[in-house]
Design a protein around this ligand. Structure first.
Ligand SMILES: [Ca+2]
Ligand SMILES: [Ca+2]
Ligand SMILES: [Ca+2]
Ligand SMILES: [Ca+2]
Ligand SMILES: [Zn+2]
Length: 573
């Protein structure tokens, strides 16, 4: 006992960020008043699987570039059908190594649907008729290092594939360094009357830009570090760096067009394993990928040159996006290329245009919720933001978010100062705010699972119109907001459309096609193979088909969809 306390004390001293990270064994229900490290995310998945062995399947997706395991969990009730027969929602997070609360959203969603299963009807029904695929941490090396090493809130985003960023023939030779050993990579500054910055009159810890012609006080020297390779530049070649979210094999562009792209699409063992995992699961119809920050729900396309989606797909996106906006106050539902910026080789393009899903990207957290303000309905003015945040740091975290400036003797710059914001600031919530964030975002995922297509197949008219000649009318209707497949995947022909097939030993389908006039029994008959009809079933919509059948006896009607659950019906003529 005593030993443990001493160890804990040392850990606190050596890495002040550790207080925000889980310390004890992971138990169900999971806790969301702290962040889980990479190892603890895996322990959480094991614990969920152990607590719900029937409903969950734990699977090794592959290994990262540094050899860490990438795990997925599948939630499916085997009593209500096999995985691939049900429409699927895929959820992932933390593709950018520093965007850690994204994994917590995934874990919370899993924890929520599993613990509420059998208690809340909406949850039970949704779990029973859908399948959930979840990879809580995509960039496992990134998450590991973000917690284990000193970092800033924005560092450690990329894949850990050794790259020569400055093309000097050396690889990863000049990383940032935690020179003052406070556990964070903060900022360096030097006193300089020719510098562009001065002390902020509102708070002496902060700096503001000098006015034109005004004497300066400080020159900013960038993030903490030294010139490791004596090339005259500081921190110019950090470990790795490929932006995993610019390296998917759809609309991919090389690095000179898309900053962060790898040498070729899907470079990186982990990324390739995840792409294979997704491609093998053709039933994925909605995909969520969580990032930080800004408070956005984004849909594609991610470039202008990719055509805008079919209006029937937009209807589905809008339904999910506009609900999300109301469920997560402050977040905005936006179109990636148009409202944000163009990206190439984006994950969402891969899932929309190769896997065939409706992809939504959740950009978690808004820094203006780090508030010190009576009226939070209006954000602070731009020039008040950092003074407000430092008051949030003082009064809500008692200084945990900010390192005060300290003198340091730098081998290149001489007498400098080191200080500034810790990595637990501006991009992710303090633990006390985490619960609200994960719950609201997980409920947005839930709405998309709840709205996966629910198709019913009815023969609503059957008439004898001649000797051994029958006319039947069939209706397929969808009682949910998500269409049976995306119109985009039909347009770009990535997988078979839904079909209805009529079969019977002693029958022959003479004619068949979509109903054009229900009351006059008119249809647009298909010229060849009338016994099989191809279509998609829209959001809250239906399709109706009319068939003329000769013969007698049993007719089997089969509705098949890559995404939605198949339906079978038998009638007797
Ligand atoms: Ca280099
Ligand atoms: Ca430091
Ligand atoms: Ca250097
Ligand atoms: Ca360095
Ligand atoms: Zn991101």
């Amino acid at each position: 006992m005593k030993k443990a306390i001493i160890f804990f004390g040392i850990a606190l001293l050596t890495l002040s960020g550790i207080a925000l990270v889980a310390q004890s064994k992971i138990e169900i229900p999971l806790r969301f008043d702290r962040y889980y490290t990479y190892d603890e995310v895996n322990q959480a998945l094991v614990a969920l699987n152990k607590a719900y062995p029937k409903l969950t399947k734990l699977e090794l997706v592959g290994h990262s570039d540094e050899g860490r395991e990438i795990w997925s969990i599948t939630v499916n009730n085997p009593d209500t059908g096999s995985e691939q027969d049900k429409p699927g929602v895929y959820v992932d997070g933390n593709i950018h190594g520093n965007e850690v609360q994204a994994s917590e959203v995934c874990l919370y969603f899993l924890n929520y649907i599993l613990t509420e299963y059998g208690k809340l009807d909406r949850v039970t029904q949704t779990v029973d008729r859908s399948v959930i695929y979840c990879i809580p941490t995509v960039n496992v090396d990134g998450r590991y290092h973000w917690f284990a090493d000193a970092n800033s809130s924005g560092s450690g985003r990329g894949l850990r594939i050794p790259k020569d960023d400055d093309r000097d023939g050396l690889v990863d030779e000049d990383p940032a360094e935690d020179l003052d050993a406070d556990g964070f990579i903060t900022q360096m500054r030097i006193r300089d009357t020719l510098g562009d910055f001065k002390t902020d009159p509102k708070d002496a810890r902060l700096m503001v830009r000098v006015e034109k012609g005004e004497k300066g006080e400080f020159r900013q020297l960038g993030i903490e570090g030294i010139d490791n390779d004596n090339d005259g530049r500081v921190n110019e070649d950090e470990p790795g760096f490929i932006d995993p979210n610019r390296n998917f094999p759809y609309n991919w562009q090389p690095n000179y067009v898309q900053n962060g792209a790898g040498s070729y699409p899907l470079e990186g063992k982990g990324l390739k394993a995840i792409a294979d995992y997704l491609y093998a699961r053709k039933n994925i119809l909605v995909a969520w990928a969580f990032h930080n920050s800004g408070g956005m729900i984004l849909r594609g396309p991610t470039s202008k040159t990719a055509q805008e989606y079919d209006r029937r797909d937009i209807e589905v996106f809008d339904y999910l996006g506009k609900h999300s906006e109301k469920m997560i106050p402050g977040y905005n539902y936006l179109i990636s290329w148009k409202d944000l910026y163009t990206t190439w080789g984006d994950f969402g393009d891969f899932t929309d245009d190769v896997v065939g899903s409706f992809t939504l990207v959740g950009e978690l957290f808004q820094s203006n919720t780090e508030s010190y303000r009576a009226d939070t309905t209006k954000p602070a003015a731009l020039d008040e933001r950092s003074t407000e945040r430092i008051k949030f740091n003082d009064y809500l975290t008692n200084g945990a978010m900010y390192s005060n400036w300290k003198p340091y003797k730098h081998p290149l710059y001489g007498n400098i100062e080191i200080g500034g914001w810790s990595k637990f600031n501006s991009r992710l919530p303090q633990p006390f705010m985490l619960m609200d964030l994960v719950h609201r975002n997980a409920m947005a995922i839930f709405v998309s699972a709840f709205n996966l297509p629910q198709i019913s197949l009815d023969v609503f008219e059957q008439e004898k119109i001649g000797d051994n000649l029958y006319r039947i009318k069939v209706r397929l209707s969808n009682s949910k907001a998500v269409s049976s497949i995306t119109y985009q995947s039909v347009r770009i022909k990535i997988h078979p459309m839904d079909y209805l097939k009529l079969d019977g030993k002693n029958i022959k389908v003479i004619a068949g096609g979509p109903v054009t006039d229900l009351f006059r029994n008119e249809a647009n008959y298909k010229q060849y193979k009338p016994e099989i009809q191809f279509f998609q079933i829209p959001s809250y919509g239906q399709v109706e088909y009319q068939f003329l059948i000769s013969g007698k006896g049993k007719v089997k009607l089969l509705y098949h969809s890559e995404k939605a659950t198949d339906r079978v019906k038998e009638i007797e003529l």
